[in-house]
Design a protein around this ligand. Structure first.
Ligand code: SF4
Length: 102
């Protein structure tokens, strides 16, 4: 799922560059479904049917850099990271039924 068009357009305003070369990732082995990330960064993170984050594999919009950093730092499970590795597009058959704990 690509970034919403409004986010990319907003990121382009005033910066001259819409996106960075940084990518947001979630480690599914650490994530316990607190949902905090989607509440802090609804512009980018949505939740699946089980309350686990869905993160688009696209480069991060520059304009949201500070919000992204705050969200990564707030994850209680330390499951979020930002690096230069392109995100991997999730396949529907990778969805795993789990029960969120919080
Ligand atoms: S805040 Fe962290 S543990 Fe909670 S849903 Fe988001 S990535 Fe998972």
């Amino acid at each position: 799922m690509p970034w919403p068009a409004a986010v990319v357009a907003a990121a382009a305003v005033g910066t001259g560059t819409a996106v960075s070369r940084r990518y947001l990732h979630v480690d599914p082995t650490l994530c316990v479904g607190h949902r905090l990330c989607a509440e802090m960064l609804p512009e980018l993170i949505t939740l699946d049917d089980f309350g686990y984050p869905i993160i688009p594999p696209d480069p991060l919009p520059r304009q949201l850099g500070s919000l992204v950093r705050r969200t990564v730092g707030a994850c209680p499970a330390l499951a979020l990271t930002v690096d230069g590795t392109p995100g991997r597009r999730a396949r529907r058959d990778e969805a795993r039924p789990r029960t969120p704990s919080g």
